[in-house]
Design a protein around this ligand. Sequence first.
Ligand code: EUG
Length: 607
Amino acid sequence: MPLSQEATSDVPTLPGTHSGIPTFLLEKARKAKEGVFDTRTKPTKERQRLPVVPLGIERDEFMKALKELGEQLGEEHVEINDKPLVDGWYMEHPNTHDMMTILDEEELVASAVVYPSSTEEVQAIVLWANKYRVPIFPISMGRNLGYGGAAPRVRGSVTIDLGRRMSAILDINPEDYTCLLEPGVSFYALYEALQARGYSHMWIDTPDLGGGSVVGNTVDRGVGYTPYGDHWAAHSGLEVVLPTGEVIRTGMGALPGNNTWQTFPYGFGPYSDGIFSQSNFGIVTKMGMTLMPNPGGYESFMYTFPHEADLAPLIDIIRPLRIGNILENVAQLRHVTQAIAALGQPRSDFFPGGDDDGGALSDDVVHAAATKHLAVGDHTWAYYGMSYGPDHIRKHKLALVDAEFRKIPGAKKVDPATLPADDYYFARDRIAAGIPDIHELRWVNWTPNGAHVAFSPVSPIRGTDATALFKLGKDTHDKYGIDFFPAFCVGLREMHLIVEIVFDRADPERRKAAMDCLREMVDKAARLGYGEYRTHLVLMDQVAGTYSWGGGAIMKFNERIKDALDPNGILAPGRCGIWPERYRGRGWEMGSGEDGGGVRGGGWWGG
Ligand code: EUG
């Protein structure tokens, strides 16, 4: 089979494109790309597609409307999605659909993509959408992988790709330790800008992969791994285009001539920012972000623990240390199965004789593989943390941690000098120091055409909760023959359990298994009182439905806000389970059902 162009092009770099890789990661990114295309069997369809048209508008009228928009923005900034859907890979990702689709890839596609260059142009697009009643779906960069990527929730929406032409770092303030960003600034780009300006006294906070938009990740309430890991808590000030076209600035941004927009997040009166996170109430065009002072030294540490049952006592040891800030960062406690997957080899490599029985890897196979392939050796849990500050301060904190962690029999502190230079440990080390990486991607090679989708419940930092969620996840994965990759990310008083299901997106049966497994976990977790902190497009209705206290009081409240702010229901209908009035009760919701949650209904409205 000849290699497609997507497989042979070089990895795009910064600053050549706003979404490129920094030069210091280029070699690593090239290797990652090789791994992705080595395990890809899914062909790219060659044929031209008839563009999808959003429901409720005739094809001709829609084409005319797009032409009108092109006259306003410049024709080249309005692209009709009539080309074959190209999945690309992480660094060359599509903005027309979810490259990690869990439904048929044609289900959640855009009809067109538009590229505004300014807040004023975003306003113009919003007014246009109201005029023609066209659903629009804003993305910052579209790298929300595991949660839907760039795909719109309503098929045929017009995607607003904010990032491509709005990727300016509007300000970096070296005295206040703040910055002001447009949606197209990635964690990679922000990191590079600080280095280029010689601002080594300021750190960013980055998620596991650095290619996402800082604005997009933050408004989706994403997480990183320094003490500033709660991105939403670290932001200060938004500029938002409302669904009817007005622009507001939140917090101190409402006061003309202020110099506190990025230093005091609240301003005066109701704190509005919250309703623009995980919502469809507005389009964020600028966001202030705080930066962490370089702590003057840092030191990663890694401990391994031998048994699955160590989880509960370990979590109970972690809780007071974390709340007391002796454990200072959002650390990860990862299961050994994921460590094996993070080697970057396909799972078939770990079966003796390549013999895949169709089920999840057994504990025996996992531990044999760990013994043979992991530099840290066999274990069940690995804790990756970081201590900050000068030597004498770290020494004190690390001694406290060491004494506590060693209460678990068989606990081992890993000596980094024993690890090869490309060990996963060093990626965690960089990330916890605010240096973005691309290492995490390796486990997508676990299956051919590897895609991932997340199950992300939150709980207090308690052994009983960790055990309950672990068991729920493990049992459900076993039932569907899916390997279980749990990682606990420990915030200040809660933890996010992150379970990424890796599946072959070219195989409808494996997609359905992943989908069924997810739906079952969401329901089971809700019955135990656990909810997800964030979710994939196709799970949003279900997850929103679990937040049902008071007869669904919170959703009724959200719907009132939605209807007040977006009377024509044009902005990201269905995002986070919030449907505007004219969509409600017409079969747009996706829930657990016979079809495993495909797009059902999509009811036409007359008039
Ligand atoms: C990860 C972490 C997340 C998330 C999705 C993926 C990392 C996987 C803490 O939040 O939402 C290793």
